[in-house]
Write a protein that binds this ligand. Structure first.
Ligand SMILES: [Fe+2]
Length: 275
């Protein structure tokens, strides 16, 4: 190293944390620096191996999940953003389980339920829940729950965004004004509706047959589509949506979700639904 014993050097050290690997500088003596250099070589090798292992493990998990999932026309949609994109309001683990396990289970169960019904498979989840009377009684409950779960969650992911632009003008803002009066009253009424859902369900802003905006709730995975209304925005108030972070505190979860409404998406959707 060419350093006199006890000399201090600035030495880069590899730190592997939750945000990935990075070098930080540390003041060391020559002896410490040599030890650190050896540790660094080992760490780099370990990091490379760990990273390769992680890739293999992720691919393997994905392949196994695909192999385990029954073949069928219904697919789990991508979130369209990272699992931690909604932090701190919704944590990564909740998203991982909610999207990757719960929503995936609705998709898999829908594929299973319709395995012997190729004609029904041509319908989207939304079309299925809109016309449950066309579904044989034998599989109607399974289709109601799982097509409902698939449709509801697919809309839910698209309706969430952190730091979305606020709703300053446009037809949706006018409709919200007609329905609630002011913003504070609207939030309070939405909150009260969400808190009034007994057990698991959803609270909705929907568009009725007269193209008017309404506030409603549904139990389980039922959709406004089952009553001839179009869902504009649905808030999932199943415990699986919030239990890991908020435990039993649904009120805290609902209040936090006001910060995650993707207003530009809802405004555009409202325009289409009322065109
Ligand atoms: Fe959910």
């Amino acid at each position: 190293m060419g350093l006199r014993s006890g000399a201090k050097v600035l030495f880069p050290v590899l730190h592997i944390g939750r945000h990935g690997a990075q070098f930080r500088h540390q003041v060391s003596t020559e002896k410490e620096a040599i030890t650190v250099m050896m540790t660094r070589r080992t760490a780099l090798k370990s990091a490379a191996l760990a990273s390769a292992g992680l890739l293999i493990s992720t691919s393997l998990t994905r392949a196994l999940a695909q192999a385990a999932a029954p073949a069928g026309p219904y697919k789990l949609p991508d979130l369209g953003y990272g699992l931690d994109a909604l932090e701190p309001f919704i944590d990564r683990q909740t998203m991982e389980i909610h999207h990757g396990k719960h929503h995936a289970a609705y998709v898999n169960n829908l594929n299973k339920a319709l395995a012997d019904y190729p004609d029904l498979q041509k319908l989207s989840a939304e079309q299925l829940v809109s016309s449950l009377d066309k579904v044989p009684e034998k599989i109607r409950t399974a289709v109601r729950n799982n097509a409902g779960g698939h449709a509801n969650h697919s809309l839910f992911w698209k309706s969430l965004k952190k730091d979305a632009d606020p709703l300053d003008s446009g037809p949706l803002q006018e409709a919200l004004g007609e329905l609630f009066g002011d913003k504070d009253t609207g939030q309070q009424m939405f909150f009260d509706k969400a808190m009034s859902v007994f057990g698991s369900g959803w609270v909705w802003l929907s568009v009725d047959k007269e193209k008017k905006l309404i506030l409603e709730s549904t139990p389980n995975q039922d959709s406004p589509l089952m009553s001839g209304r179009q869902p504009l925005f649905g808030l999932d108030v199943w415990e699986h949506a919030y239990y890991l972070k908020y435990q039993n505190r649904r009120a805290d979860y609902v209040k936090a979700m006001f910060a995650l409404v993707n207003w530009p998406f809802l405004n555009e959707r409202f325009e289409k639904l009322t065109a």
